[in-house]
Design a protein. Structure first.
Length: 67
């Protein structure tokens, strides 16, 4: 995830996204509810608590539309 945020491996973008999707697809509920929340809260410079809440709400909406 950090590589995508930093855009440090642009040539591998599609492969990284596919790998993350495949890992998340095992249990989307846990991915969105636990991993993504933790990632947003601990990633340096990513978001403050209000931004984290908004991002999680957007991702939760995306999850609902995929289900």
């Amino acid at each position: 995830m950090q590589v995508l945020v930093q855009r440090s491996h642009a040539l591998l973008h599609d492969e990284i996204v596919t790998a993350i999707y495949n890992m998340a697809a095992v249990d989307f509920t846990s991915f969105y509810g636990e991993f993504l929340r933790h990632f947003l809260q601990t990633a340096a410079g990513m978001a403050d608590s209000q931004q984290t809440t908004v991002l999680l709400a957007v991702f939760h909406g995306e999850q609902a539309s995929l289900g």
